[in-house]
Design a protein around this ligand. Structure first.
Ligand code: IPE
Ligand code: IPE
Ligand code: MG
Length: 236
């Protein structure tokens, strides 16, 4: 089956449902996030095996700061732990790690870790894993406009030169292809501010499976569903 599937070049995942997974088991939400991290490790490995070039996962939105301070703090710690634990595996498997993030309000220590691991894995070319952390699609677009205005002030770009192709270079995903497929776990039918620009023509796949329960077979189901879509891009 796997061999006959058309594998998307870029897959995005809204990793949702960690809290509900934990609550269902009578456990604290933090345990759901920990289980979610394990699930991510497995899916990174599996998508790499499938030959996906870009995997982009939504881990913390700009709106997630609204959560109780203890949960926010835990999620920050968990990201640090993820970087520390995974860097060896990522390097060994030629996976480049990138962050799609508004960086201005991240804690300096975390920011340093992020920049360091990006630099360390920059040349690894088998797959690019992007973690959308402190990410918001609207914030990404407004950050891009501010960068563009800087270039304008410096004479690097002139009026009427910006179009949808070159504006992409101002986004966090600069130079990455758009995702063909975006998966959302835990049954919610919304984007929650994920890849607003890049997802304009992405195929969406929504499953009731909670992120910590998302297994290889669920990934294959998503890709099978994608294979059945008739992508028209506005044509007939
Ligand atoms: C996704 O799981 C992880 C983050 C948004 C950080 P949730 O924490 O949103 O889990 P639910 O939606 O409450 O079940
Ligand atoms: C989206 O999930 C963000 C991440 C998965 C990181 P949320 O749980 O924050 O989304 P809403 O609040 O249900 O829209
Ligand atoms: Mg949620």
């Amino acid at each position: 089956m796997k061999d006959t599937l058309n594998i998307p070049r870029h897959i995005g995942i809204i990793m949702d449902g960690n809290g509900r997974w934990a609550e269902k088991r009578g456990e604290i939400r933090a345990n759901g996030h920990k289980a979610g991290m394990k699930s991510l490790r497995n899916i990174v490995e599996f998508t790499r095996e499938l030959g996906v070039d870009y995997l982009t996962v939504y881990a913390f939105s700009t709106e997630n700061w609204k959560r109780p301070a203890t949960e926010v703090k835990f999620l920050m710690k968990l990201l640090e732990l993820y970087i520390k634990n995974e860097v060896k595996y990522l390097k060994k498997n030629n996976i480049a790690l990138r962050f799609l993030s508004r960086r201005s309000n991240l804690e300096p220590r975390l920011l340093k870790m992020i920049e360091q691991v990006e630099e360390e894995t920059r040349k690894d070319s088998k797959m690019v894993l992007s973690i959308a952390f402190n990410y918001g699609g609207r914030q990404e677009i407004s950050d891009g406009i501010n960068k563009l205005l800087e270039d304008y002030d410096n004479g690097l770009v002139k009026k009427d030169q910006i179009n949808e192709d070159n504006f992409q270079n101002y986004l966090y995903t600069s130079k990455m292809p758009d995702p063909e497929l975006i998966i959302r776990t835990s049954g919610e039918f919304r984007t929650s501010n994920f890849l607003l620009w890049q997802g304009a023509y992405s195929e969406y796949y929504i499953t009731d499976v909670l992120w910590p329960d998302f297994k290889n077979e669920d990934m294959l189901k998503a890709i099978e569903s994608y294979n059945l879509r008739n992508r028209r891009f506005g044509g007939i």
